[in-house]
Design a protein around this ligand. Structure first.
Ligand code: MN3
Length: 255
């Protein structure tokens, strides 16, 4: 009977092959069936998004080898781990952005770290663009105006963001976020991001939406820059995709 075969398959998937199937009560069987469904449902739920440019496209500011390893090894690992870790706490039908807003202090670290890792990198790739000649690169439109209002001028914004990114201790990310009418710079540890509802003093605090992201994990720059995180940050400004940042800003500003 196929249900017995399914059960045995699920049991072995769950590492429970040693448990004799005839000892399992109906209730336990139901639980295993449910886990099995989640396993199937989440098997390919997360996918590595296509990189919007070639591995060497961000040269000379981010080298080909770093991009290739960062995307095919690091980002892929977050995706694989998520697909291998079924969770009843993930709404698989929602967008990755919404999934992140459901992460809080009760979420298991495996989901928090790998969902964050997947979302953060998916966003980061789109916020970079080739600029091989290092032509001047600044925001325009409404985002530029808001940056000027909030930080006096672009150079001051760039200085504050760079300092925050450079002095963040250990692995993490630096962000420009939009939160209900204002934009602020902040950093997060590991693969956390501003969407997550972590350590909130006020549970009603409005969602913080990322507009700009910078990966300051050593794996993002060490091959080319070694310990010189400041140089990596300085070159990041040459390849920021401001058009994409502006698009993100206009989307969340309406919410
Ligand atoms: Mn990274």
């Amino acid at each position: 009977m196929s249900s017995r075969r399914d059960f045995l398959k699920k049991s072995s998937l769950l590492g429970l092959a040693g448990i004799a199937s005839n000892l399992v009560s109906n209730n336990q069987l139901n639980t295993l069936e449910n886990i099995g469904e989640v396993t199937n449902q989440s098997n390919q739920a997360f996918k590595l998004p296509p990189l919007p440019y070639a591995f060497d496209a961000l040269e000379p500011f981010i080298d080909k080898q770093t991009m290739e390893i960062h995307y095919t090894k690091h980002h892929q690992a977050y995706v694989d781990k998520l697909n291998a870790t079924p969770s009843t706490n993930i709404d698989y039908q929602s967008t990755d952005q919404i999934k992140c807003t459901h992460i809080d202090n009760t979420t298991t670290s495996v989901i928090r770290n790998n969902l964050g890792g997947h979302y953060n990198h998916s966003l980061f790739w789109t916020l970079l663009m080739p600029n091989p000649e290092g032509k001047p690169n600044t925001p325009s439109g409404k985002l530029a105006a808001v940056i000027n209002t909030s930080f006096t001028n672009f150079d001051e914004f760039k200085k504050q963001f760079s300092e925050k990114a450079a002095t963040h201790f250990g692995s993490g990310w630096c962000w420009l976020v939009y939160q209900k009418g204002k934009i602020v710079i902040e950093t997060t540890v590991n693969q956390d991001n501003p969407l997550m509802r972590l350590n909130l003093k006020n549970p009603l605090e409005p969602t913080k939406y990322p507009i700009l992201a910078l990966d300051v994990w050593e794996h993002a720059y060490y091959l080319k820059y070694q310990n010189k995180r400041k140089d990596y940050i300085e070159n990041f400004w040459k390849i920021v995709n401001w058009q994409q940042a502006e698009k993100l800003f206009l989307e969340v500003e309406k919410l």
